[in-house]
Design a protein around this ligand. Structure first.
Ligand SMILES: *Cc1c(COP(=O)(O)O)cnc(C)c1O
Length: 406
């Protein structure tokens, strides 16, 4: 530990030297283990943010440390001019456990969506000609912060000040097939959507909706892209969220939990689209380095084989049940939504004071939109830890209620 960088000076140095792009909480975290993290003053926090759905195996996972240590001594990076073993092994593992036949590796969720957009356009261009290039996205969606992915994001606050946005995107309402049908003309090559909208406030698809979207896309020969960057890799209690709804996409994007914190994204598709991404069509220097893919392979194997996806399902059901109890008790809670360990509690009041009170009591949670408390704990979370959070939340909401009445 660096003794001359005290807690407050980490914060003041960040204020002085870094772009102020993040509205950060006033804590500097220095260590983590399992579902717990500690700040420099030794305060302990139970982590229900999980690095925003990233740290599925928790902090300081031995699975990660072991793979990182072994691979870092063997080969870290050589470029995609050469074959490397961990990359191929991870691709095989993902293909064998999903609908997909082919994988492209990159470094983030936004980049995975960039690859998906490029693949869809290139495929449609070769098959139907250049006029078929439009991509339909959903209102309230989130697909990333690069120019293409923020143009595909259905939230004006994320697009503000960055005009001109990229052309070739139009928007439908989530959970409304009619609004999709109305704008799906011959210029459309793909539809991109999150099976559960994460940043949008944990918005789940109505029953039958994704099937109707799939059918419409198949009928019009339009590609369907599922952005599973946040909900994939077991978070919902199945390896991929779309598996709950009995539909498969043509393209799927992954990132967040794929590397448990090491930067990796992936774009997967069926064999049919593979020829559109031939040599020279797309590339990235760091995508799928031996180091990152060796760690990711160990992470994915552990998620699939060590029962953590099942744990996400059972803990998610228990957690949701406990949160539903709170809905009954406090009339300023609108509802609880979600599946597995992506849960959202929509309030009729702003969520920020609750998030701040949780932090003071030693719990990390965050807020999606203004008023949806979002819970994304590591998939290894245990019942006792869920109970601690729910008890704290009950206390905090109780005080909020008293304050409101005064
Ligand atoms: C986080 C997220 C992204 C962007 O991922 P980055 O790694 O931040 O680029 C894209 N789509 C969804 C659904 C996300 O939750």
């Amino acid at each position: 530990m660096n003794d001359d960088l005290q807690n407050d000076s980490i914060m003041s140095l960040a204020d002085r030297y870094m772009f102020q792009t993040y509205g950060r909480f006033p804590v500097a975290l220095i260590r983590g283990e399992g579902c717990r993290v500690w700040d420099e003053e030794g305060n302990e926090y139970l982590d229900f943010v999980g690095g925003i759905a990233v740290c599925a195996l928790g902090h300081s996972s031995p699975v990660v440390s072991r793979a990182l240590e072994e691979q870092s001594k063997r080969l870290v990076h050589v470029s995609n001019l050469y074959y490397t073993k961990p990359q191929v092994e991870l691709a095989k593992l993902l293909v064998e456990n999903s609908f997909a036949d082919r994988v492209f590796f990159c470094n983030s969720g936004a980049e995975a969506n960039e690859a998906a957009i490029k693949l869809a356009r290139r495929y449609a261009n070769e098959k139907f000609g250049p006029d078929r290039h439009m991509i339909i996205s959903m209102d309230n969606s989130f697909h990333g912060r690069t120019m293409a992915t923020l143009s595909a994001t259905g939230q004006t606050k994320i697009q503000f000040g960055f005009d001109p946005l990229l052309q070739g995107f139009r928007f439908a309402s989530f959970n409304d097939v009619k609004s999709l049908d109305e704008i799906m003309d011959d210029s459309v090559c793909a539809v991109i959507l999150e099976p559960i909208q994460g940043e949008g406030g944990v918005v789940c698809p109505d029953s039958g909706y994704l099937k109707e979207v799939r059918n419409l896309c198949t009928e019009r020969e339009v590609l369907l892209i599922f952005d599973e960057v946040q909900v994939g890799m077991g978070r919902t209690g199945r390896p991929f969220a779309h598996e709950h709804y009995g539909v498969t996409p043509d393209i799927m994007t992954l990132a967040k939990a794929l590397g448990n914190g090491l930067p990796i994204g992936a774009m997967l598709s069926t064999e049919k689209l593979s020829p559109a991404f031939g040599p020279g069509s797309h590339a990235t220097t760091f995508g799928g380095t031996p180091l990152v893919t060796a760690v990711s392979k160990a992470v994915v194997q552990s998620l699939l084989e060590d029962g953590w996806i099942e744990n996400a399902k059972t803990m998610g059901q228990y957690f949701k049940g406990q949160l539903d109890e709170l809905v009954r008790r406090y009339d300023f809670i609108k509802e609880v939504r979600g599946m597995g360990l992506i849960l959202g509690m929509e309030l009729k009041v702003p969520g920020a004071p609750v998030v701040e009170a949780c932090l003071r009591e030693g719990f990390l949670i965050n807020c999606a939109q203004e008023n949806v408390l979002r819970f994304l704990p590591p998939l290894i979370v245990q019942k006792g830890e869920v109970d601690l959070l729910v008890e704290a939340l009950d206390r905090i909401l109780g005080e909020l209620k008293t304050d409101e009445e005064i």
